[in-house]
Design a protein around this ligand. Structure first.
Ligand SMILES: NC(=O)c1ccc[n+]([C@@H]2O[C@H](COP(=O)([O-])OP(=O)(O)OC[C@H]3O[C@@H](n4cnc5c(N)ncnc54)[C@H](O)[C@@H]3O)[C@@H](O)[C@H]2O)c1
Length: 344
């Protein structure tokens, strides 16, 4: 049984990926600080859950590991702006450290889940050879990570970078701060679709089941096809202009609820806009995104209606991290005076 180490395993993508790896008969080491709770992962004899900081990983953890999928991150722009230094440490430095340590321990494969936001603003259709233009701390950290891990590739160590589009769909660690999920929730709950100005920006979308299928596929793909390679991950039909995406979601939810939905604009005009070319991943790997927007939006609506998912504070990453910081401060304050927080 091959052993796969996944960092950020308790996150939005990780909590979909880990069960899939287990089903595919891998043994999994799941590393996370579990900021979003430990109950997002299944109980399974082949799953080893380790609460640890990715910045502190030691050699021993990589013993007999075949592949690493390094999902760990402060995972969006606003959180990264608020926590600049930790973002560089976690999203860039810790991932380079992990990739380096893994190589020195004989791990065979390393996958870096980077982001399409690294392209920043571009008018033309972008393939992997186009210059990057990272506009935010989050995107810059991803670029630094890519530049740090790719040179480690050699004939015994397969390193692959995935520039994922913005992900959507249901996950045990649900995120309503992602475009499709957030728009769907707004329509459902408030009969209003929150839309970032001015709507003309392009943003590619990718279903969480599609990207996690790809991670599994890459663990078994011939190294010569993927070693030291960067792939855009998404699909041409999901290269959405944001206002068109909003209109599609409004139409799906209106039909579902049999009610009118209004668009509610927010924010300053988004400076990020990029449309990606996905020829490389489709022709070289034969991988294609399979899921479609309508089914996924309906799935989220159904889950909201059934109560199997709900929007709580932890589903908005920035708000949750702010709360964790506040609680941490309060605990420290109480401890300073020799108190404890347990009032029972
Ligand atoms: N979700 C998307 O739309 C998207 C798009 C492109 C790229 N990505 C990338 O995919 C990866 C996963 O994203 P996600 O949406 O699952 O994010 P997420 O925030 O849900 O998951 C990140 C996980 O990392 C953990 N974590 C944070 N700091 C840690 C540390 N120092 N040590 C150990 N664990 C720590 C958190 O507890 C969390 O469970 C990230 O690298 C993200 O940048 C995501």
């Amino acid at each position: 049984m091959k052993k796969i180490l996944v960092t950020g395993a308790g996150g939005y993508i990780g909590s979909v990926l880990v069960p899939k790896l287990l089903q595919s008969k891998y043994e999994v080491i799941a590393i996370d600080r579990f900021f979003f709770g430990m109950k997002k992962l299944p109980e399974n004899n082949s799953l080893h859950i380790i609460r640890d900081d990715s910045r502190k990983l030691q050699k021993e953890i990589f013993q007999d590991v075949y592949g690493v999928i390094d999902l760990v991150a402060i995972s969006n722009d606003p959180s990264a702006e608020l926590f600049k230094q930790p973002t560089i440490e976690i999203n860039a430095e810790s991932r380079i450290h992990t990739a380096t340590l893994a190589k020195s321990c004989g791990v065979k494969r390393y996958i870096l889940p980077s982001s399409a936001s690294i392209y920043g603003y571009h008018d033309e259709l972008l393939d992997e050879t186009c210059p990057t233009n990272p506009l935010t701390v989050y995107a810059k950290a991803n670029e630094q990570a890519e530049q740090g891990v790719l040179p480690l590739a050699d004939e015994n160590y397969t390193v692959t970078v995935l520039r994922q589009a913005t992900v959507y769909g249901l996950s045990p660690r649900m995120r309503f701060d992602l475009a499709v999920n957030g728009m769907t929730y707004g329509c459902y709950k408030n009969r209003k679709l929150p839309l970032m100005r001015d709507g003309s920006q392009y943003r590619p979308m990718l279903h969480v089941q599609d990207t996690t299928d790809l991670f599994c596929q890459l663990l078994e793909t011939d190294s010569s096809l993927i070693n030291k390679e960067i792939f855009n991950v998404g699909s041409e039909k999901h290269n959405f202009q944001i206002k068109n995406l909003a209109e599609e979601i409004v139409s799906i939810v209106s039909e579902f609820l049999q009610e009118n939905i209004e668009i509610e604009w927010y924010g300053d005009p988004d400076k990020r806009s990029y449309r990606l070319n996905f020829d490389k991943i489709e022709t070289r790997l034969g991988w294609k995104a399979k899921r479609n927007l309508k089914d996924s939006v309906l799935e989220i609506l159904q889950a909201l209606q059934d109560g199997t998912i709900k929007k709580d504070d932890s589903t908005i990453t920035l708000e949750w991290y702010k709360q964790l910081v506040e609680w941490h401060k309060r605990i420290k304050e109480v401890e300073k005076y020799g108190g404890i927080l347990d009032i029972e």
